[in-house]
Design a protein around this ligand. Structure first.
Ligand SMILES: *Cc1c(COP(=O)(O)O)cnc(C)c1O
Length: 370
């Protein structure tokens, strides 16, 4: 239905290794998009590949009613990593499902219907998550349910006004990704926490893009000093295998109702997630994201661009003459892959293993195409 066409022909990708992918014709690309942050530890990290191959040989699948060592280990691991009280784990297969679950749990526990979300937000494409996704382009023609109230992202007054005792959940990205890489202003997430405490609504943070160390700590909400009632993680969790999670506080888990999914917690994606979490920790990749991210931003601000935003290795560069043109130049002339975030923003979400030298290569390439 859609895809990147950088020139006459799309780039067919045949392999990946660390921060590089390889075209079918053997061309090497520096991957600073990481396929939407899905490869935080790099492409084909040997520890992840080994874990997947070994698990596939032991057991490909068994229904969720039988506990497996791998799923139990991932439950324990994520429970320990959940911020604050978010120690109850629901596993699923994609980001949108993780958000659906969070919203279902919030509705069930509160007995309320309304969700407050932010303009420019992206939370997924199944109907519940889509209802909280802002852009009309994603919504048009789907008769999207209308229980979501949208507020300006970053405006604490608007949030206070919108959230009341009929609100089941406030759903926010700590840094809006798809919407143009907009970090929440200082104090905004605290306000969201306060408003939820005052009204009994659940604070749900969508860390599907910001999570897993990308912003310099495991979760972006830790940097803001805010503990949500539910946090969703997907994208990089399985290094590209379909696994996602909703981490929820006790009060949501205790009254979670009946929710389920056939492939939830399958052995192979769980093995990939455990190995990915191990590598993130062993190689101290959140710290690398903080260091290289800061370096990258400090170099980018010297380019002739409108704005540089983000935290760690989630960076948006607002360019003057359109993102598509810049992205095409980067890919075809400089063999650097990046992502758009709207029409004017070049988004960089590289693997968290990148070095300052690789950051320099991307800055030089951007300078050349701008
Ligand atoms: C990608 C993304 C989603 C949706 O995830 P899918 O796995 O594509 O369903 C939701 N929220 C955010 C912030 C995302 O970046």
């Amino acid at each position: 239905m859609s895809g990147f066409v950088f020139g006459e022909k799309p780039i067919e990708v045949a392999g990946g290794d660390g921060v590089h992918v390889y075209g079918a014709d053997g061309t090497e690309y520096l991957d600073f998009g990481a396929s939407y942050a899905c490869t935080p530890v790099g492409h084909c990290h040997p520890a992840v590949v080994d874990a997947v191959q070994s698990q596939a040989g032991d057991l490909l699948y068994v229904q969720g009613s039988y506990p497996t060592e791998t799923r139990t280990a991932l439950y324990d691991r994520l429970a320990a990593l959940g911020p604050g009280d978010c120690a109850n784990v629901w596993l699923c297969n994609s980001g949108t499902e993780a958000n659906e679950a969070a919203l279902k749990f919030a509705r069930h526990a509160t007995g309320r219907e309304t969700v407050v979300a932010a303009k420019r937000a992206f939370h997924g494409r199944t109907l519940g998550a889509l209802a909280a996704t802002w852009k009309s382009e994603y919504r048009e023609g789907f008769a999207v349910p209308e229980h979501v109230e949208f507020v300006d992202f970053g405006d604490p007054g608007a949030l206070r006004e919108a959230v009341d005792d009929e609100t089941a959940a406030v759903l926010l990205e700590p840094i809006q990704g798809e919407g143009g890489v907009h970090p929440a202003p200082t104090g905004y997430l605290q306000t969201a926490r306060e408003v939820c405490d005052e009204t009994g609504a659940a604070l749900v943070l969508d860390e599907i893009q910001t999570g897993l160390g990308r912003t310099g700590s495991l979760w972006a909400c830790q940097r803001a000093g805010v503990e949500p009632d539910a946090l969703t993680v997907a994208k990089g969790l399985g290094s590209g295998l379909p696994v996602a999670a909703t981490l929820v506080a006790d009060w949501l888990a205790e009254d979670a109702g009946n929710h389920g999914s056939t492939f939830s917690g399958g052995p192979v994606p769980c093995a990939a997630a455990l190995a990915t979490l191990d590598v993130l920790e062993d190689e101290e990749l959140a710290a690398n994201a903080a260091d290289v991210g800061q370096y990258l931003q400090s170099e980018l601000v010297d380019l002739p661009v409108r704005d540089v935003r983000g935290e760690g290795l989630m960076v948006g560069v607002e360019v003057k003459r359109g993102a598509t043109r810049a992205l095409r130049g980067l890919a075809l002339e400089h063999r650097v892959l990046a992502l758009p975030a709207g029409r004017t923003v070049v988004r960089l979400l590289p693997p968290l293993t990148v070095t300052e030298h690789e950051a320099d290569q991307v800055v030089d390439a951007l300078e050349a195409v701008l």
